[in-house]
Design a protein around this ligand. Structure first.
Ligand code: ZN
Length: 445
């Protein structure tokens, strides 16, 4: 039997391996200036739509969202700082990280002393450009290397331009809905608001897009899948506000982020701590990736915070490799294509699809022959010559006995796998064989 957990969700098919295809998608998305709102977000979703068809929702600025409000829309077409000779010291055309996200428009000549107060560097790594935002304060600023910063002298004057708009407009988010046999939903979510940053943003978009593409190729899904691509924090909140009446359909959820670096897989449990999704991910990781880490919920990190706020308390965990803020290149120009690998992206996609495979297949059964053990030998389910005790390595035989013993209309296959210490795939294969032999019936849940 395969030792890996159930892999019942198929891989996306294409000329290149999934990891390479995800890198390709990220390269296309990398130059775009994403933010909480604006055309960079729309263009990002247009490109993702080529992998996974999306439904776009636009919500007007000023719309109240719980304790928040949908912000003004921000767009930018260029920005620079030039010295007295007209030489550009920084230029948005080189990297969109040069401008503090949501900077208000600026045009004019400014004294160096005043300009210096609006500049940000990465003092520990002088060659890196930090990524900064000012979503909720109307201000402006530039980010740069220490060498660029050293060219700004307090006594000199500089021409400064930020060609941006910050006006009433819309917040944009997108969903892909992949229907299954039931209305029960699995919610997969990632954020789309970071500019040119690879691991902390583009990796999550790529993994979710390719997970959706794999799911969409299936015609035997039990759950309906809802994949949400929205700007961080305010995006999930906007979605939650607009879907408040139907949240009871969310059976399981996973936020995917920071999924492409070389670190081990990290799973952060939902606020509930023992949700089925928490147990499914932990099971997959235990049997396939000994170096993976499963952590308890904490109320900081990514968008799982919103889904797991006390008013919702949805069963939503977070799948990352290195968590937010836990890799040195985080929120800097160094979070580029040197940080992410095709192998790590593919591995994160595998963990996600393997987990969904467990959730899809996690049925509850009742035995049709619960009074004593049924005679397995005459049904071809046990060796004709037996020592009486399944030997080490005879996982399938053990799984058959465990599934039969726990086929009490109460325990799920994941319960069986955990109690037996066997991979889910082995237990699921045993259940299939027992159903085939008319010894099990699936119980409706
Ligand atoms: Zn971030």
């Amino acid at each position: 039997m395969p030792e890996a957990a159930a892999r019942t969700v198929s891989r996306p098919r294409g000329a290149s391996a999934p990891g390479d295809a995800m890198i390709e998608l990220m390269r296309e998305l990398y130059p775009l200036c994403r933010s909480l709102t604006g055309n960079g977000v729309r263009e990002t979703l247009r490109i993702v739509d080529s992998v996974l068809p999306l439904e776009i929702t636009e919500v007007e600025s000023g719309t109240p969202i719980f304790d928040w409000v949908v912000p003004k829309e921000w767009n930018i077409s260029g920005a620079w700082i030039a010295d007295a000779a007209g030489e550009r010291i920084v230029d948005f055309a080189d990297t969109n990280l040069h401008v503090v996200g949501y900077s208000t428009p600026v045009r004019g000549r400014i004294r160096g002393a005043e300009l210096l107060e609006r500049l940000h560097t990465h003092p520990e790594r002088p060659d890196w450009i930090p990524a900064r935002t000012a979503y909720w304060a109307e201000t402006w600023g530039f980010c740069m290397t220490e060498a660029q910063h050293a060219r700004i002298r307090p006594e000199d004057e500089y021409d400064v331009c930020i060609d941006s708009t910050l006006e009433d407009g819309h917040l944009t988010y997108a969903e892909a809905v992949i229907p299954g046999r039931t209305d029960e939903e699995i919610l997969l979510s990632t954020y789309i608001c970071h500019p040119s940053l690879c691991n902390d943003n583009l990796s999550g978009i790529a993994v979710l897009a390719y997970a959706g593409s794999a799911l969409a190729a299936r015609d035997d899904l039990r759950y309906t899948y809802r994949l949400l691509f929205s700007p961080g924090t305010v995006g999930p909140l906007t979605w939650l506000a607009r879907n408040r009446e139907r949240l009871d359909r969310v059976a399981h959820g996973i936020v995917v982020a920071c999924a492409g670096d070389r670190g081990h897989v990290t799973y952060k449990r939902s606020r509930r701590g023992d949700a089925e999704v928490d147990r499914a991910v932990a099971h997959v990781l235990r049997h396939s990736r000994p170096d993976a880490v499963v952590e308890d919920f904490v109320p900081w990190g990514g968008d799982e915070r919103q889904f797991c706020s006390p008013g919702f308390d949805l069963p939503v965990g977070a799948l990352t490799r290195s968590a937010h803020g836990m890799f040195p290149e985080y929120h800097s120009s160094a979070d580029d294509f040197d940080v992410v690998t095709a192998e790590s992206l593919a591995d994160s996609l595998d963990v996600l699809l393997d987990t969904l495979g467990v959730l899809e297949r996690n049925a509850v059964y009742s035995s049709t022959s619960p009074y004593g053990e049924p005679q397995l030998g005459r049904r071809g389910l046990y060796g004709q010559i037996s020592s009486g005790v399944p030997r080490e390595g005879e996982g399938f035989h053990r799984a058959v006995l465990w599934v039969l013993n726990l086929a009490d209309s109460d325990h799920s296959l994941l319960d069986v796998a955990e109690r037996a210490g066997l991979p889910f795939a082995t237990v699921a294969a045993a259940a299939d064989a027992l159903v085939e032999a008319d010894l099990l019936e699936e119980v409706a849940r």
